[in-house]
Design a protein around this ligand. Structure first.
Ligand SMILES: [Zn+2]
Length: 453
């Protein structure tokens, strides 16, 4: 029989949004069996005891939006053309350890190159690879208009993590194929960037009927649908069509807000990437214009996001890790800071979003994400009081224990990486004009970030 585990004297944030309390948590058979005095009373005399004095004991973080196949890519070009199938899955298994060290015990991977995160998920579930709990989509569905990579995307078939579907038959065939392959979710890029209209933001590139067809086909097979939506009309159509989870939902109008509020569709704004650009873009050499464009995506959504939350729409925390602006292991906690800073959530409310609410994204709502009897014991211990300073979670040295189903994970840092031939996009550096070479004009050309996801 598995030995009982008692985590004692911890400052427990249970993920429900309730005030923290100091006391014990009893873990038995991988689940939270009891808390507080009950935990002490029920623990077997020979229980293993762990002292968590001075530490927060809380549910592990769940990242609702993390692309583990992309390997911190700096561009879509790199993802589309430099990646290899088996190697990117192997690299992802290395990166999965960084998530664990950052206190992430579950994540949802929306779409991947070669749809190979389905394989990683199965490898993690089979104990072949150590990593967080995982759910995933396959290829992101788009129309011939494209997604966020414009002309880089082929007119048909697969490009990188995208698959173009152009007719209703193709939609039905592809949704069914992805379900057969083992996708937990169907991912749809509801909006895309049309190069000549990029200044207007992303456009909805599907009809309502097409979106309904995706949902009907997927739901018939008990598979939920998630969508990338920037802009009011896309968010409204996705909600009306029956989408189960929406990413971004920025630039909403009243109709979109109403459609979300009526159906309480969970939203993962995934604004960490934008927040990083706002705070650190200058240091990265990004142009001021681009930094303010990223900032507007957050600030333009403050009123609608607050209203959605107030209307009972669950907000989930997603980091969009997978790109160089949000490398693995560094920023999975940061969406909580965005919610507190911009959307006026309390830290405890934000922590609930990153744990109990984000469990929805891995299809484990009500099973993980709380320290409540009956829940799986996905628990982390963190030095200090996390509700007083969420950024404590940003330093892996503060994270002393990570357990999934009561099993402690190895937190030793992975060995340093070396270069993989042909893996990154190569560049010769700046353009060598004579003015630059002779030092008569060394003005920095701003670094441009192409549209990613
Ligand atoms: Zn994404």
């Amino acid at each position: 029989m598995t030995k009982d585990l008692v985590i004692e004297n911890g400052y427990v944030i249970d993920g429900t949004g309730a005030e923290p309390w100091i006391g014990s948590v009893l873990v038995r058979h991988g689940k939270v069996a009891a808390v507080k005095a009950e935990a002490d009373a029920q623990a077997a005399p020979d229980a293993r005891r762990v002292d968590a004095s001075g530490q927060t004991v809380m549910p592990g973080l769940i990242d609702a939006h993390c692309h583990l196949a992309f390997d911190d890519a700096a561009s879509n070009n790199e993802i589309f053309h430099q990646r290899r199938n088996a190697l990117s899955a192997l690299v992802a298994s290395y990166n999965a350890r960084k998530l664990l060290r950052a206190g992430v015990t579950g994540f949802n991977d929306p779409d991947s190159t070669f749809e190979n995160m389905i394989d990683l998920r199965d490898a993690i579930e089979a104990n072949i690879v150590e990593g967080p709990r995982m759910s995933c989509g396959a290829y992101a569905l788009i129309t011939g208009v494209g997604g966020t990579a414009g002309r880089l995307i082929g007119d048909e078939g697969i490009t990188g993590y995208y698959k173009v579907v152009s007719t209703k038959d193709e939609i039905v065939t592809e949704v069914r194929r992805q379900v057969k392959m083992g996708a937990d979710w169907i991912k749809v890029h509801v909006t895309g960037i049309v190069p000549r209209q990029a200044h207007r933001g992303e456009l909805c590139v599907w009809t309502l009927d097409e979106l309904k067809l995706i949902c009907d086909t997927a739901h018939e097979l008990h598979t939920p649908v998630m969508g990338h939506c920037r802009g009011g009309e896309a968010t409204r159509r996705a909600a009306v069509a029956g989408f189960d989870m929406i990413f971004h939902a920025t630039a909403m109008n009243d109709e979109a807000l109403q459609a979300l509020a009526d159906r309480k569709v969970p939203v993962a704004p995934a604004l960490t990437l934008q927040a990083n650009m706002v705070d650190f873009g200058e240091a990265l050499g990004t142009s001021e214009a681009l930094i303010s464009m990223f900032e507007r995506e957050i600030t333009d959504s403050i009123d609608t996001m607050k209203a959605a939350y107030k209307a009972g729409v669950p907000l989930l925390c997603g980091s969009e890790s997978g790109f160089s602006l949000v490398p693995y292991g560094h920023w999975h906690y940061r969406e909580m800071e965005v919610f507190v800073k911009y959307f006026d959530l309390t830290p405890l409310q934000a922590i609930r979003c990153a744990t109990a609410e984000s469990a929805f994204s891995i299809r484990k709502m009500g099973e993980v994400g709380e320290i409540t009897p009956g829940y799986e014991a996905d628990i982390i211990c963190v030095k200090g009081k996390v509700d007083k300073d969420i950024s404590l979670l940003g330093n892996p040295d503060n994270i002393t224990r990570v357990m999934i189903e009561g099993v402690e994970k190895d937190l030793t840092p992975p060995p340093p990486r070396k270069r993989i031939p042909g893996w990154r996009l190569s560049a010769m550096g700046k353009t060598l004009t004579r003015e630059f070479a002779l030092g008569t004009d060394r003005t920095e050309e701003p670094f441009h970030v192409e549209e990613l996801h």
